[in-house]
Design a protein around this ligand. Sequence first.
Ligand code: 8YV
Length: 325
Amino acid sequence: NPRAVREIATMTEQRKPRVVADTPLADTVLELMDNRVELLPWDVALEGCDDPVDGLYTYGHLEVDGSVMDRLSGLKVISNFGVGVDHINVQDARDRGIPVGNTPNVLNGATADMALTLMLASGRRLVEGDCYARSAEFTYYDPGYMLGREIHSETVGIVGMGRIGLEVARRCAAFNMNILYYNRRERTDLPPELNATYTSFDDLLTESDYVVLVCPLTDETRGLIGAEQLSKMKQTAILINIARGGVVDTDALTNALKNCEIYHAGLDVTEPEPLPRGHELLSLSNVTIAPHLGSATEQTRFKMAELSVENLMLGLAGEPLRTTV
Ligand code: 8YV
């Protein structure tokens, strides 16, 4: 965009735009920023500073609310490395006329792949099997051990049929799964070959062999899966969370797994994140946990870096962002 480039060039002549970021940032992000901005540490967001701050770049999930925005006088843009913005008070930003950029679409495939990774690993007890195969106890092969649960031909219930939910559904269809979904509203634009059935939340819980959480964390979805919902699930069911830890009540899940009320949980996210070392959930064998790796491939993280830096630079130049919330 020539105008944006000109405006940034003019700003650069005067002074580089000042951007607060939760450092350290990945090398790719720094390379893409290409010394066009002066980076300031996160302390500035917490303590404020006398000089104006032009931009805020959120890389991890540090909280940004109106008080942070008010401490940064002259703030023109908030650019988030990631699609989920539950750590940013978007209404506060709107009230102040500050655009919030995020990185939708570029991570749909990688995040959906993670849902399938967790479904397969959980159903087929991959992590447990890996530990056993490496252990001193594995001295003979026994066809009777470590029987898991099937994936193909089973019923999957997708909670949140957005862009990532749809990618999960496509993959499940390739596994010949029966697809149920629950969403704020029924989608009439889904590919017919998915044969996806819109159900009530309760029916999804009682009928699914795999309940896959793909919804954003909002006031409505916080604690969506608690003791009551877990008790409605089949004893053989597997809960997959690639959304946000806060969608699940951690204590209720820990109890349900301890009492074998459900078969297994495959979690890419937890609340809190990370869980305190020594948390009971970490000692259970019927849970598989990844350290928030949904979009963590080299290719996808590069695309997220490109898009988030582009949004930042456009916002600094007063131009519309390419992708906003
Ligand atoms: C990112 C994510 O890892 O996009 C999201 O919402 O949770 C992940 O893809 C994260 O935002 C980067 O910190």
